[in-house]
Ligand binder design. Structure first.
Ligand code: NOJ
Length: 533
């Protein structure tokens, strides 16, 4: 079970209103009691923080906002003492515009080796004044920005550079061997320090169509060929991981279809991939069943385990999504869920049920900080408080992802609910936030936090949970009934996404997300039953 620490929102140790590495070290007791096996830390490398660390200026340094390399060393060693692994976020598609390579590329001018590390092109139009093609940036607006060429040099017309995300995130040229070698070295740098692995940002996008043709709608062309150049990069990375003893791993982030995703986790490429199909499913049995079947089948073909995930720092929190039963659609940065339609009680019940599904399915699980507290989205932040670059870059048409990034409440009361001693946090915490705090939930037996703690404990103790062979048991269309078997033991998992009560089959109740004392599973609830085989 991987726990995603969105570092700036987890815990602030130095009172600047932003979470940091020392804050994580101080919270290791909490993480251990919860039952996490590994951490994934969102990027904490030196960065101007235009995209909250997904714009790295130095891949071998920790940003002072979060601490130092020594703090990271300390976290790794304290976590390892507790048998908790540490994985970092690896951002290879683009650097920050403040990275020394990009600065050198701008300064060196057209035709230089420095420009070859990025995707510089001449513009169209008589003076090169139009972007090289019509591709749009994921955050909104064109994906090309024109540089000012160095003064006095015969560089005209000025060139443009490509950025899949913000202009401050120039894309690297992964067809340049120097880029591959540099990042192999960055991987080694952190593996040498004892890091257990990485999450790889926008993994599938490193290679773009080299001709940069215009497209209908302006979406970039990212080749998906399973034998394509991008897979050679991951084979190179895999050889670096394999140089190390012990388990070292990487998880792929790509929103592509299941079969394409599975192409990245073949035996000589990376180890895991996020299951976005599962993230997108609504609280609807059919959608969940399809997501489970299709990801298990795709991964079985390449012999890789599956991951199960419902929440992360890019997606509205599942409590809000499930309250509406809606499915997320393709867009990378979805518009926020609406506060008006939010039914908190229903959202919490369904999120509890989903926790039992998530933690039972065979494979690795990713839990996003605050998910275990049932944090809802905060959709009514004042516009002046919004921090996500998506808000500005989309011309104020998309409020972005701040709604799921509000700092964690640790205490029921007090300034910043124990997250920080600062008067203000980087995103404001609502005055009702204490209700969701770790302190309020620790002693409440029916809290979301206690459900996660119990479920994770049972997952360790009962071999079928998280590991078993999965079979479907016949059930009404709006009910999921899964049997997990392992070494002669079995656990049945039922999730009721319909309206009618479902009679419980035989077996001993290990855990239920709702009240099953009448021998029925009510709507919006799930149960684990230990069976006799
Ligand atoms: C995916 C990350 O999860 C997201 O937060 C970021 O904005 C983009 N990649 C760009 O790096």
């Amino acid at each position: 079970m991987f726990y995603q620490v969105y570092v700036r929102s987890f815990r602030d140790s130095n009172g600047d209103g932003v979470g940091d590495i020392r804050g994580i070290i101080e919270s290791l007791d909490y993480l251990q009691t919860l039952g996490v096996d590994a951490l994934w830390l969102s990027p904490c490398f030196t960065s101007p923080q235009v995209d909250h660390g997904y714009d790295v200026a130095d891949y071998r340094e920790i940003d002072l906002l979060f601490g130092t390399v020594e703090d990271m060393d300390a976290l790794i060693s304290h976590a390892h003492t507790r048998n908790i692994r540490v994985t970092l976020d690896f951002v290879p598609n683009h650097t920050s515009h403040q990275h020394r390579w990009f600065q050198a590329a701008v300064a060196a001018g057209r035709g230089s080796a420095e420009r070859e590390r990025y995707l510089f092109r001449d513009g169209r139009g008589e003076q090169g004044e139009l972007p090289p093609n019509n591709w749009m940036s994921v955050f909104g607006g064109p994906s090309w920005t024109r540089v000012s060429e160095p003064e006095g040099s015969p560089q005209s017309p000025a060139q443009w550079y490509y950025h899949l995300f913000a202009a401050e995130q120039p894309d690297l040229n992964w067809r340049n061997p120097e880029v591959v070698t540099e990042f192999e070295d960055v991987i080694r740098f952190w593996l040498d320090r004892g890091v257990d692995g990485f999450r790889i940002d926008v993994s599938d996008a490193l290679i773009k169509d080299a001709d940069f043709p215009d497209t209908d709608g302006g979406w970039p062309i990212i080749p998906k060929d399973p034998d394509g150049e991008v897979h050679d990069i991951y084979r190179r990375f895999r050889r670096v991981f394999d140089e190390y003893i012990g388990d070292r791993m990487a998880v792929i982030e790509t929103g592509a279809d299941d079969a394409t995703v599975a192409g990245f986790i073949r035996p000589d490429e990376m180890h895991l991939a996020f299951n976005f199909r599962f993230v997108k499913a609504g609280f609807v049995a059919e959608q969940l069943r399809d997501a489970i079947d299709s990801s298990l089948a795709a991964n079985a073909r390449v012999g890789a385990p599956t991951t199960w995930v419902t929440d992360n720092h890019d997606t509205p929190r599942s409590v809000g999504r499930y309250s509406q039963g809606t499915q997320l659609h393709g867009s990378y940065v979805p518009a926020t869920t609406s506060q008006i339609d939010f039914d908190e009680a229903r959202g919490q019940q369904r999120a509890r049920a989903m926790a039992l599904l998530l933690l039972a399915l065979p494979g690795a699980v990713y839990v996003y900080n605050g998910q275990e507290l049932g944090l809802p989205n905060v959709d009514d932040l004042p516009e002046s408080a919004l921090q996500d670059p998506v808000w500005e870059k989309s011309g104020h048409t998309n409020r972005g992802r701040d709604n799921c990034r509000i700092p964690m409440p640790w205490h029921a009361e007090g300034p910043c609910f124990g997250f920080s001693s600062a008067p203000h946090t980087w995103l404001p915490m609502p005055d009702y936030w204490g209700r969701y705090s770790v302190a309020s939930q620790t002693d409440a037996t029916d809290s979301m936090l206690q459900l996660y703690r119990q479920a994770l404990k049972l997952r360790r103790a009962h071999a079928p949970l998280g590991r078993g062979q999965l079979t479907w048991i016949e059930s009404p269309a709006d009910v999921l009934h899964i049997r997990l078997t392992h070494d002669g033991q079995s656990v049945d998992v039922l999730v009721n996404t319909g309206k009618a009560d479902v009679p419980l089959p035989s077996g001993t109740v290990l855990l239920a997300s709702g009240d099953v004392s009448d021998g029925v599973l009510p709507e919006d609830a799930a149960v684990w039953l230990e069976g006799q085989m």
